[in-house]
Structures are given as structure tokens and as C-alpha cells.
Design a protein around this ligand. Structure first.
Ligand code: PLP
Length: 455
């Protein structure tokens, strides 16, 4: 798809920017230290500013535009639903809501057949934890240090990354543990089998010392996303499933980022042959065209609330417009085999292409991922694996990653950057020529990162 860029219009761009700076309070930011790009339009895998600069989006927004921008079928479905029934209260049965729930339940693994709709990922996590606590009558929830689960109260306390620190109540009933990550193994393991076994033993030990009877749930991202795209080693998730069963602990898989085609399968749980008790989703469910998230619920947990009210709800739960966008998105993904395309991108293009880049760039310590979900771990020293920038670096400490990012943007590629990593997470329907164009820019930008390598 070749996007149509309208005529540059710097005056409008300047006005958009001025109003933003005067009145928009941005997420996660020191307001005076940011410089948001004014975006004029977007189509497919590209977006552009008011000055005529076009960017290939290797970040899918915040890893959510799985079908790219302005997919015509989804835009049309939103317009049609808006004309017919823009909104309606959650207590009624509404066609787009029923159909979205049916289509999602058909694709989630096992008996996850009931869908509680939310407005996004954090609320999905929030409600999954509430369900687990009510189902078990227990309080504690275990989550991984290398994780992100959202920014609301329970979700940010579950989150492992430093965004938790300012909001950590230390009383949220959350206990963190180490999940497997062979490249930076917390268990001094040297093989995937060792990492898997030791991580499972560590989880067992954590449960034993916390008291199994006090633990409501274990929550994991099936493949951790923002924390670094670390596919778990074979056997790990099946092992967690078995531990949960043994102790009556609810197993929650967070697929807010990994779900809906990102990994070349509808849900990443399918890659590992596991079925959780609760599965959270958002983002790719409708590519973020209208805010939507949810929890897919097992038959057993649904039964808990069959005769007893579920004490949770949202005014916009199952919003008709958002659900119509989900129905159209899922159908477009089926019709255009976008999930299969993402799988092939991983095996045929990103896997080999990124491995080849790593072989030529000493700053690339490791390449890992699947489908349209890849991370490059950038290092200062490939032998010691010292990260290109320290954990949670800011300001001048983060300069090498900033230089890498600036080099990519100057060449028309919008990268996803987190700490010492760049993630390759484009739309799952990015074309092969577009994907190759992105890899060619990455190649040049990595030469900038190479300048910081000291080995
Ligand atoms: N869970 C995971 C795995 C995520 O990646 C995110 C967002 O990036 C969330 C939850 C939170 O979703 P939201 O930002 O829609 O609240």
C-alpha cells in the first residue's frame, strides 16, 4: 500500500503543536522536557508529519496497530456502526458486542469462552486479578520482575519495570519473582533446559516461602513484551500451569501485547500448548481503532459468578463502536491471512534478516522473537553483554540509544526503543518490501550504535 501524503502544511502543524504544548498532559513524561511530533496522517505501515516527512512505523504505535493504520474495512465498519448505534449501556445484549465476544472466544485457547470487556489492557488485568481473588478467596498475586501489566492501581503494582516504583504501595498483595531469560539468566544457566528447570524451581521456592494457600494468582505475559520480548524456554509455561494446578492458583496469561496475531498465531499461548484460567487482551483486538480490552474467562471461573454477582463493571464495557471495530478487525485478519503473514514474516524475513544484521553489528548482543515480535538487545561489549545503556538510564547515560533512535528517524524509520533494546514490532500485515526497507534503515542506524562498542 502506498500511502497518500497530503500537501505539507507547517502552519497547521505549528498550531497543533502549540495547543498540545499548552494543554495536553502526556503520559510518563516530564511535561517541559518532551517534544511530541505533530502527526498529520497515517495509512498502512506509514505515518507522516505536517512538514512532509514520512515514517515507516516499526513500533505499531505502542505495539497495537496489528492491521496497520486506516484499514478500509475497519474504518467502514466503525462508520456503519456509528450510523446505526453509536453507543449503548453494558447491561443489554447488543449485536456487535455479542459477535465480538463470539469471535474472540472462538480464537482463545481451551474453554476460555466468556468475555468480560474493558476499555484497555490495564483494566483487563485489574479485573482478571479481581476475579482470581474472588474465585480463590486468596489475596497474593505473583508476577515477574521483567514485565509490564498497565498503569492502574493493581496493574502498576504487578508491573516489574521501574515505572512501578513511584506508585508501588508495597501493600498491593504482589510478590515479584524471576521468570526465565537465558541471555541475562538470573539462575546462571547456560542452556534453555537449565533455565526452564531452574526458573520453575525458583517459582516453587517462592510459593513455598510465601505460603501456597495465600496465593490467588500467578500472572505472566506469555511472551514478555515491553520488558524485552523473551520467548520462554520450552516447558516453562507448561510447568507453571502444572504448579498452578497443584496449588489451586489461578494462572493468568497477559496477552495484551502478544495476542491477536502478533506472534504469528491468534494467541501466543497456542505456541506453548498452554491454556490459562484467565487471558487478558486489548491492543490488537481491534488494532486500537476504538479503545477496547477484555478478559477471556475459563468455564470454572465463569461458574463462580453464575449465581453470585461479579462485583465489577464499567460504563463502556463492550462499547458497541469498539466491538464493531473488533468484529471487522478479526474478519479482516481472517480474510487477509494476517496471522499467517505475521508467522511467515518471522520465519522468512525478520528471523534471518535480523540474525544477519547481528552478525555484522557488534552492538547487537542478541536477536530474539517470533512473528512480528522481535527484540535486538544492544550491548557495549558483546563478550560481557554489558548493555549499551545502563538499566533505566536517563539523560546523557541514555545518549547511545538516543543517537541510534535519531539515526533511524532521520532515515524515515520510527523505531520502538526501551532501555538498551530496539524492538521490531511493525504492523502484522506490513509488506515484505516495506519490512526490507525497515531492515535496511536499521542496518544504517546500528552503525551508529556500533560506535559505542568498546570491546
Ligand atoms: N499488559 C501488557 C502486556 C501490555 O503490554 C500493556 C500495555 O502496553 C498493558 C497490559 C496495559 O494496557 P493499556 O495501556 O491498554 O492499559
Amino acid at each position: 500500500m502506498t500511502p497518500q501524503i497530503q500537501q505539507p502544511d507547517p502552519r497547521t502543524g505549528a498550531a497543533v503543536k502549540a495547543a498540545d504544548r499548552a494543554h495536553v498532559f502526556h503520559s510518563w513524561s516530564a511535561q517541559d522536557l518532551i517534544d511530541p511530533l505533530a502527526v498529520a496522517g497515517a495509512e498502512g505501515s506509514y505515518f507522516w508529519d505536517y512538514d512532509g516527512n514520512r515514517y515507516l512505523d516499526f513500533s505499531s504505535g505502542l505495539v497495537f496497530t496489528n492491521i496497520g493504520y486506516q484499514h478500509p474495512k475497519v474504518v467502514a465498519a466503525i462508520q456503519e456502526q456509528a450510523a446505526r448505534m453509536t453507543t449503548f449501556a453494558p447491561a443489554f445484549a447488543i449485536e456487535s458486542r455479542s459477535e465480538a465476544a463470539r469471535l474472540i472466544a472462538e480464537r482463545t485457547p481451551g474453554d476460555l469462552d466468556k468475555i468480560f470487556f474493558t476499555n484497555g489492557g490495564a483494566e483487563a488485568v485489574e479485573n482478571a486479578v479481581r476475579m482470581a481473588r474472588l474465585h480463590t478467596g486468596r489475596t497474593k498475586v505473583l508476577s515477574a520482575y521483567r514485565s509490564y501489566h498497565g498503569a492502574t492501581a493493581a496493574a502498576i503494582n504487578l508491573t516489574g519495570d521501574p515505572r512501578r516504583w513511584p506508585s508501588d504501595t508495597a501493600s498491593a498483595g504482589v510478590v515479584h519473582f524471576w521468570a526465565p531469560f537465558l541471555y541475562r539468566s538470573p539462575f546462571h544457566a547456560s542452556t534453555e533446559a537449565e533455565e526452564s528447570a531452574r526458573a520453575l524451581q525458583h517459582l516453587e521456592d517462592t510459593i513455598a516461602f510465601e505460603g501456597p494457600q495465600s496465593i490467588a494468582a500467578i500472572i505472566l505475559e506469555t511472551i514478555p513484551g515491553t520488558a524485552g520480548i523473551m520467548p520462554p524456554p520450552p516447558g516453562y509455561l507448561a510447568g507453571v500451569r502444572e504448579i498452578c494446578d497443584r496449588y489451586g492458583i489461578v494462572f493468568i496469561l497477559d496477552e495484551v501485547m502478544a495476542g491477536f496475531g502478533r506472534t504469528g498465531t491468534w494467541f501466543a499461548a497456542g505456541l506453548f500448548g498452554v491454556t490459562p484460567d484467565l487471558l487478558t487482551f486489548a491492543k490488537g483486538v481491534n488494532s486500537g481503532y476504538v479503545p477496547l480490552g477484555g478478559v477471556a474467562i475459563s468455564a470454572e471461573i465463569a461458574e463462580t459468578f453464575a449465581r453470585r454477582p461479579y462485583p465489577g463493571g464499567l460504563t463502556y464495557s463492550g462499547h458497541p463502536l469498539a466491538c464493531a471495530a473488533a468484529v471487522a478487525t478479526i474478519r479482516a485478519m481472517e480474510d487477509e491471512d494476517i496471522v499467517g503473514h505475521a508467522a511467515r514474516l518471522g520465519t522468512d524475513l525478520f528471523g534471518p534478516g535480523l540474525t544477519e544484521l547481528a552478525a555484522r553489528h557488534p552492538s547487537v548482543g542478541e536477536v530474539r522473537g517470533v512473528g512480528a515480535f522481535w527484540a535486538l538487545e544492544l550491548v557495549r561489549n558483546p563478550e560481557t553483554r554489558e548493555p549499551l545503556v545502563p538499566y533505566n538510564a536517563t539523560g546523557t547515560d541514555a545518549a547511545p540509544m538516543a543517537a541510534f533512535g535519531a539515526a533511524a528517524k532521520a532515515r524515515g524509520l520510527w523505531p520502538f526503543i526501551n532501555m538498551n533494546r530496539t524492538h521490531v514490532v511493525p504492523a502484522c500485515n506490513i509488506s515484505e518490501p516495506e519490512a526490507k526497507e525497515g531492515l535496511a534503515v536499521l542496518d544504517e542506524a546500528l552503525s551508529v550504535a556500533d560506535e559505542y562498542v568498546s570491546a
